[in-house]
Design a protein around this ligand. Sequence first.
Ligand code: HEM
Ligand SMILES: CC(C)=CCC/C(C)=C/CC/C(C)=C/COP(=O)(O)OP(=O)(O)O
Length: 301
Amino acid sequence: MAMSVHQLGSALPDFYAGIKPYLAITKAKVVMMLVLTAWVGLALAPDTGRTLVQQLMSLLSIGLISAAAAAVNHVVDRNRDSKMARTRHRPLARQQLCVSKALLFAACLAIIGTTGLLVFSNWLCTVLTLLALLGYAVVYTMFLKHMTPQNIVIGGLAGALPPLLGWVSETGSMAAEPWLLVMIIFAWTPPHFWALAIAREADYARAGTPMLPVTHGIQFTKLCIVVYTLLLSVTCVLPYLIGMVGYVYLATASVLNGLFIFLVVRLYIHHTGQQAMGVFRFSIWYLLLLFVSLFVDRALI
Ligand code: HEM
Ligand SMILES: CC(C)=CCC/C(C)=C/CC/C(C)=C/COP(=O)(O)OP(=O)(O)O
């Protein structure tokens, strides 16, 4: 029987309430950023004559596998998440979604994503994306995160891989250029995360997670943030130096790096929790604008 407009109007909120917990465990905004960086890797790769549909389906598949990794992270961390103010509202921490449903959802995302990559991309891209999934969901979430304050430095490699995944989805082989983009995200991750960890230090201490500000103190963490931000600024110049991109990128990167260095040095000198959150929020804009500038630069050449 056809549904009336009135019935449809009341069914839609119910449907949304049903899928909301599933959406929440995908870390959708982070995944969108990961897909953007994969897209840039794809756009900068040599043209191999693939169709737009093949390219978009490859990016979608990388996004689905990343979302699966995020869902597993929610399952594994549900008890610790329930002890932290920032994460205690999460569906698994609040027992609003059960483990088996979340794992089934993650498996579906991973299977659809893997099939998508095999059909629309190539085996090397598929294997590397699955390695990134394991790197984040197993190596980082199950082991490193709870073992060492270097957790996010080593585990950060998984989140840094998407530009390489995008490139390889296009070419079927690795090259130095996408590795430079991986290195940029790799160097960006510690300032990105440690700024937040400083602001949320008490939360991490309560959950017993050995994040750097908890184990080595806030002042030392701020020093590490400054060191990684300087390393990031140097790494950012490399794509220009090897002729991969031009002045639009270089100018954008210079302004962004200048601002980032200013903010982290200011944080080092006089610290407030508010400034640490400012650095964290800026880090997200930084990566977004840097990768958009790579894209624009290439489009203008
Ligand atoms: C091991 C590596 C990383 C760690 C530990 C980390 C940690 C975090 C944490 C704890 C948050 C806050 C989430 C919240 O408010 O609940 C966050 C937010 C975010 N991260 Fe990362 N991150 C990492 C890597 C990345 C990577 C590689 C990207 C993208 C390329 C990224 C993009 C973002 C974005 C866009 C947000 C904001 C999300 C929002 O507003 O909901 N992160 N990150
Ligand atoms: C296939 C592929 C590219 C996989 C990468 C997957 C992925 C979602 C990486 C993002 C890294 C991230 C948000 C880490 C935070 O985890 P956390 O547990 O420290 O943060 P939380 O406390 O907010 O959960």
